[in-house]
Design a protein around this ligand. Structure first.
Ligand code: FAD
Length: 430
């Protein structure tokens, strides 16, 4: 293992609020080195780009990062697929496929996250027809518990594939993923400001969230919506303006200037909001790849409920508005298409995502979350695996109808729990 580097202290998450453990952190430089590392490990946990807010990646044992491995990105323009190394960032893959006239099916708000890490927690963007990022994975190559190299595909392994793709890092260390691609199209983004409370009804929310290919609503639990970000995949045969929401829309006005979701921050780091057509990678994420997000002074929480429950869920949590606002930077509402991945928060139901970006006050946030979760309990919420929540594990498990299948698969692939940590032991049960 000549090329493998070892860091004694794995450090902390992007937000600084999760310490990954005592380490060491290994950085193999090739797949065989990774295999040798896993084969010799009693416990080992993969680390992506460290953007999760929950302790999902932390471990009291060794960790491994793929950052020193080759950053493979192989686009197959005929099959319309891309095979990527799991440590590569989404934004890099997006650029590479765009250069070949192709596009990713979806992206999260931040392009800096890794393929392996984003897929493993159910990372999503927004759009009634856009599923979690992991849903476009068609093949997984991973190092299994004994250091063996395993390749599973959607076509050849349909009985287990839905459990493997989004698996919280407990089935193996992904080395490469192959994703479905789409033909490239231009996208345009506009932002509207100030939807009055009178428009924030079940019908109003439904129309706003369904008003473009991908919509995000930013608000502060006071009955209004502060910003509506609409991202539209454009039909080249139609006039652009006719495909975008009108200038005055549900009482909101289109913003003449770019804005940041946190209005006090500069919009320089945000993607174009002028309605000008451009590639998906410069419109679909909220933030631009070339801006390194600063060391994040924030914490995030998010719960997925059924799309049809969004207004009722919003009303229920709004009762806590006075307690929420002092801790909040902004909240965001998005939608996600249903999928069939066993541990996906959007499993089997098109969902609305109720999101909070909190100030970095971890103890106060954790103290408030049970009250929010109590208000949401009526709506069978599924917490985002990569964000902070306090929901009882039994409750979490009860939201996943394929959980037993997943546990059986895990028993088969990792009977000795080489890839376990405290987070998954608690949430999945052992
Ligand atoms: C500013 C910001 C914006 C965000 N925006 C969004 C958003 O728009 N939508 C959304 O859904 N989430 C969002 N998130 C959350 C984020 O996308 C997820 O937490 C995501 O999992 C982070 O990916 P990562 O590469 O940092 O993974 P990490 O946090 O490093 O790891 C996450 C999990 O993946 C596992 N893992 C990592 N690599 C591998 C591998 N090679 N093989 C097996 N398992 C692996 C780890 O063990 C761990 O369990 C945001 C986070 C931040 C900080």
């Amino acid at each position: 293992m000549a090329g493998t580097q070892h860091l004694a202290d794995p450090g902390v998450s992007w937000s600084g609020t999760v310490a990954y453990g005592p380490g060491p952190l290994h950085a193999p430089a090739s797949v065989p080195e990774l295999q040798a590392l896993v084969a010799g490990a009693f416990r080992i946990r993969a680390l992506g780009t460290r953007h999760s807010f929950s302790t999902i990646a932390a471990s009291d044992g060794p960790l491994v990062t793929l950052q020193a491995m080759p950053a493979d990105i192989e686009v197959d323009t005929v099959a319309r697929t891309v095979r990527v190394a799991a440590g590569v960032r989404y934004g890099e893959v997006a650029r590479a496929v765009e250069a070949q006239g192709l596009a990713l099916a979806n992206m999260g708000s931040l392009p800096h996250i890794s393929e392996g890490g984003a897929g493993s927690t159910g990372t999503h963007g927004s759009g009634d027809d856009l599923a979690v990022l992991a849903a476009s994975v068609r093949a997984v190559e991973m190092v299994g518990a004994e250091g063996d190299l395993v390749r599973l595909t959607r076509e050849d392994d349909p009985e287990v594939f839905g459990g493997v793709v989004l698996s919280l890092g407990v089935l193996g260390v992904f080395t490469h993923l192959t994703l479905d691609l789409e033909p490239a199209a231009d996208w345009a983004q506009v932002v509207h400001r100030d939807v009055p409370a009178a428009e924030v009804t079940a019908e109003g929310l439904d129309a706003l969230l369904g008003g473009a290919t991908s919509v995000s609503l930013f608000h502060r639990w006071d009955g209004r919506i502060d910003q509506v970000w609409s991202k539209q995949r454009l039909d080249p045969d139609r006039e652009v303006a006719a495909q975008l929401p009108p200038v005055i829309w549900h009482g909101a006005r289109r913003s003449p200037d770019p804005v940041h979701p946190l209005p006090e921050l500069s919009a320089d780091s945000c993607t174009d909001q002028s309605g000008t057509p451009g590639p998906f990678v410069e419109r679909l994420p909220h933030f631009r790849m070339e801006f390194t997000p600063s060391a994040g002074e924030e914490i995030q929480s998010e719960y997925l409920v059924a799309r049809g429950d969004v207004a009722a869920a919003l009303a229920a949590v709004s009762e806590l508005g006075k307690r929420i606002r002092p801790l909040l930077y902004a909240s965001e509402l998005r939608t996600v298409a249903a999928d069939e991945l066993w541990l996906s928060p959007a499993h089997g139901r098109t969902s609305a995502c109720v999101h909070f970006t909190w100030r970095s006050r971890p103890a106060e946030v954790k103290a408030l979350l049970p009250a929010i979760e109590e208000r949401l309990a009526l709506f069978a919420p599924r917490p985002h695996w990569g964000k902070v929540f306090t929901t009882d594990p039994t409750e979490v498990r009860s939201q996943y109808p394929r959980l037993e299948n997943f546990r059986t698969l895990r028993d088969r692939l990792d009977p000795d729990r080489v890839f376990a940590n405290a987070f998954v032991d608690r949430l999945l049960g052992d």
